[in-house]
Design a binder for this molecule. Structure first.
Ligand code: PMP
Length: 363
């Protein structure tokens, strides 16, 4: 069986070994005589899967006991609303660093809810080609959180270093790079990620949240299911969770552990991204990276060719050669290769070779 070279931005490649295991277990999970999708979410079998996934994530990211791991629904997009709902009272200000479409959307939800917001820094002026310098951060004196997007899926930038903020109220959308490298968890009050890039299939959103923050959620005016403390008190089993997605997440986490953990995965991720960035840098301008060098994402590599026609030709020939998902996001165009954890080194090597050949034939 030939697997595609899958560079989709999300949902994206899953480890072949994980898919094969899921296939083997599909009709009869753990001798239950049924698929994992048919189990009650209150059964011991499912609770084991659920608890194992939480504990593996804690191990892999070195998450201290002062944090909780929640499995929610509604995608990372629902977090954009839940964060201001749960953590901004009338005196507090939600501070946002704008680094692309997703951080703009996060800010927009806080505004819809009528909360006070401020833009702490932005790279909009340069078409989101960089992460703003930490010294540019313009925090308001009031309490309230600072929200960042750690890897910008559409523009291809990524934070290298994280700010420490007053009260340590840093919140990060890590949808595009969670589990791709070790993290200084203690810099964050909360981080969250839709699963469909580095963690598994879509359907579950992972939230890692400091326990003391849960105690600050106001006691009224927030619908039960949109309160973080509801999910924490019920071990994320307040309502029916996306059981199959959590089962797959558990398998992906085990896969990362079997590969030596996040530090080992990070080394491979650096090598994978370097294969493609090197072609861009050594192409004498034939390929042009969108992000400035010190802001480049190791997960989402964005580039253009010299003209729109040439980009189109590149994308069409790449498609014929078996590469999937290289089109840039519909809002920016150009090309993008998402090289998440489960994208094999060999796929990046093949893309490198394809880019070199295409340049040779078209320059
Ligand atoms: N944040 C980032 C950085 C993303 O890349 C995406 C989706 N691609 C989202 C948020 C939105 O996630 P969801 O579709 O899970 O709501």
């Amino acid at each position: 069986m030939k697997r595609a070279y899958n560079f989709n931005a999300g949902p994206s490649a899953l480890p072949l070994e994980v898919l094969q295991q899921a296939q083997e277990e599909l009709l009869n999970y753990n001798e239950t005589g049924m698929s994992v999708m048919e189990l009650s979410h209150r059964s011991n079998e499912f609770e084991n899967v659920h608890n194992e996934a939480q504990s593996l994530l804690k191990q892999l990211l070195n998450i201290p006991d002062t944090y909780e791991v929640l499995f929610l629904q509604g995608g990372a997009s629902l977090q954009f609303s839940m964060i201001p709902m749960n953590f901004l009272n009338d005196e507090q200000i939600g501070n946002y660093v704008l680094t692309g479409v997703w951080s703009e959307k996060a800010l927009k939800e806080a505004k819809i809810l009528g909360r006070s917001t401020a833009i702490a820094a932005s790279s909009k002026e340069t078409n989101y080609d960089r992460i703003p310098d930490l010294s540019e951060l313009n925090l308001t004196p009031d309490d309230g959180y600072l929200h960042i997007t750690s890897s910008n899926t559409i523009f291809g930038t990524q934070w290298r270093e994280f700010p420490r903020v007053k009260g340590d109220l840093l919140i990060a959308d890590m949808s595009s790079d969670i589990l791709s490298k070790p993290l200084p968890i203690e810099n964050f009050a909360m981080l969250y990620a839709g699963a469909q890039k580095n963690l598994g299939p879509s359907g579950v959103t992972v939230v890692i949240i400091r326990k003391d923050l849960l105690a600050t959620v106001p006691s009224h005016q927030i619908p039960t299911v949109l309160r973080y403390d509801t999910h924490s008190k019920n071990n994320s089993l307040y309502n029916t969770p996306p059981t199959f997605s959590i089962y797959m997440l558990n398998k992906v986490l085990q896969w990362v552990k079997d590969r030596g953990g996040v530090a080992e995965i990070a080394k491979t991720n650096e090598l994978k991204a370097a294969l493609i960035y090197d072609v861009i840098d050594e192409s004498n301008g034939f390929y042009k990276g969108h992000a400035v060098k010190n802001s480049r994402s190791l997960m989402n590599i964005t580039f253009n060719l010299q003209s729109e026609d040439l980009s189109k030709k590149f994308l069409s020939e790449a498609k014929e050669a078996g590469f999937v998902g290289l089109n840039g996001h519909r809002s920016v165009g150009g090309c993008r290769a998402s090289t998440y954890n489960a994208v094999p080194y060999e796929a990046c090597k093949a893309l490198q070779q394809f880019m070199l050949n295409f340049k040779q034939e078209n320059q």
